[in-house]
Design a binder for this molecule. Structure first.
Ligand code: MN
Length: 231
């Protein structure tokens, strides 16, 4: 007899470019309002002193992108293209920038899909964002590129819908860079190998609709793409 009442869920994992081994995912953390222009388009000011964090469940990943059905409980699904940093080591105590930089295993392109109507309601009622941010398949993500092969600098980050550019920016427009965000996060949570950190989105967020085909890119990383099917 198995010691489990039913089979435990298989942990989500990501392919790694140039490796036969996969990266097992522990948690998904996200930085909010990390590009000034995007914070402004959302009617907020970007916090300079410390990043804003929220979480998604690890099984919200849609590995490799591809087709997804338009999610339930929204009429305003929004795209947010983001750089994702993946931790190869953890820490039970706060770390400084230099230590944080050495904890990154690799990088991916991810989407922080958002039920914008649910988020607006939550903001208005001063309620949590989980329903807006943490729904099923809310985090399409590419394979990981190891940090030895690619480092964030001033690369372009962009998002197209049906061949039309919707979002574009540069990674050095991020208010809190990857080491700064990891260092701040380490003061709030015990970090583990397998943690992912979505780094925030540039301006131009907008709706995805059934029938839309989307492509997301960051210079030097493999492209992520998919389509939205009617529900
Ligand atoms: Mn975001």
């Amino acid at each position: 007899m198995s010691r489990f009442l039913f089979p435990p869920a298989v942990p989500p994992s990501l392919p790694v470019i140039g490796s036969p081994q996969r990266f097992p995912v522990h948690r998904i953390y996200c930085v909010g309002r990390n590009f000034s222009e995007h914070a402004r388009e959302m009617g907020a000011e970007a916090p300079r002193e410390a990043p804003v964090f929220f979480c998604k469940p690890a099984d919200a990943l849609l590995v490799g992108g591809g087709d997804m059905t338009y999610p339930m409980a929204t009429d305003d699904l929004h795209h947010e293209v983001e750089l994702v940093a993946a931790l190869g080591t953890g820490s039970n105590a706060p770390v400084d920038r230099d230590t944080a930089a050495g904890m990154v295993f690799g990088y991916a392109i991810g989407l922080d899909l958002t039920r914008r109507d649910r988020q607006a309601e939550a903001k208005a009622a001063r309620l949590p964002w989980d329903v807006a941010k943490g729904f099923d398949r809310s985090a399409p993500i590419s394979a990981l590129t190891p940090a030895e092969r690619w480092q964030p600098g001033n690369q372009a980050i962009w998002f197209d819908v049906n061949g039309e550019r919707r979002q574009s920016g540069h990674l050095d427009d991020m208010i809190h860079d990857v080491p700064a965000a990891i260092a701040a996060l380490s003061a709030l949570f015990e970090l583990r190998a397998g943690d992912l950190l979505f780094m925030g989105t540039p301006a131009g967020v907008g709706p995805l609709r059934p029938g839309d085909y989307w492509q997301a890119g960051i210079d030097g990383l493999p492209m992520l793409q998919g389509a939205i099917l009617g529900r």
